[in-house]
Structure formats: C-alpha cells, structure tokens
Design a protein around this ligand. Structure first.
Ligand SMILES: [Ca+2]
Ligand SMILES: [Ca+2]
Length: 138
C-alpha cells in the first residue's frame, strides 16, 4: 500500500474522472462549476498524487496504485474505466504518462466538455461529459 493515498485522493480523482459517485452517494456535494485555471490546478495536483516517487512520470505501477486506491474507496466500475482511459490517453508508447502529456490530454478533454466555450465547466457540462466518458468506445 502506498502511504498518503487516502479517500481524499480517490475523491479528487472521482471528481475529475467521473461524477458518478454523486449519483450513488446521497451525501456527496453537488457538482460545482470549475474554472479552467482551477481545472488545470486539479490536474496537476492529481498528477502529483499519481507520481508517488516524484520523478515526473506516472509509470504502470503508480497508475495501478491509483486505480487500486480509487477502487478500494468504493468507486463504481465506470469511474475506474474513466481513470484507465485518462491514463491511456496520456501515455506514451512505453505506457508511461508524463506531467506534460497528462495535463495536455486532460485540458483537451476540459475544452471539449466546455461546450459553450466560456472557459468553465458548469455542472451540466460536467454531467454531459461524464455520460459521454462512460459510453464504451466504438
Ligand atoms: Ca513516478
Ligand atoms: Ca462552459
């Protein structure tokens, strides 16, 4: 087990990867509008939590540890699928994800989800993007 990967980490991942937990946990707070700068900060913070040894690269073991932490926090399978996809989108040919590629792919996803192009993700946009993310790829 990695130290420091608690429920807070899992919650942060769920927030960005999927808000599915809000559907099943009645006590979860309603989604908030996320400004682009805040979204980028969240992505960087998230990467820092994946990159347990702080070498700027999330390798397979670190990715697996996050999935394990999120899973043990009771996340639904759809959230795990979203996180796996986040990793695969940012991964190079060696399967490793760098900070730069992780931020780039997450912010592409952010901009894609920002359908009214106001630089923020409101709850409706977050929900729409979650629904799209949970659809299996053709
Ligand atoms: Ca690392
Ligand atoms: Ca928007």
């Amino acid at each position: 087990m990695l130290k420091g990967l608690g429920a807070g980490t899992a919650a942060a991942f769920l927030l960005l990867a999927s808000t599915a937990s809000a559907q099943t946990a009645p006590s979860a707070p309603a989604p908030q509008t996320i400004a682009r700068a805040d979204g980028e900060e969240m992505v960087k913070t998230m990467f820092g939590q994946i990159d347990a040894n702080h070498d700027g690269v999330a390798d397979a073991a670190e990715q697996a540890a996050i999935l394990e932490a999120v899973k043990s926090a009771g996340a639904p399978e759809t959230a795990l699928v979203s996180i796996r996809r986040m990793f695969s989108e940012g991964a190079g040919p060696d399967g490793k994800v760098t900070l730069a590629s992780f931020v780039r792919t997450r912010m592409i996803a952010f901009d894609k989800a920002d359908t009214n192009h106001d630089g923020k993700l409101d709850p409706a946009e977050q929900n729409a993007s979650r629904v799209a993310a949970e659809k299996p790829k053709p």
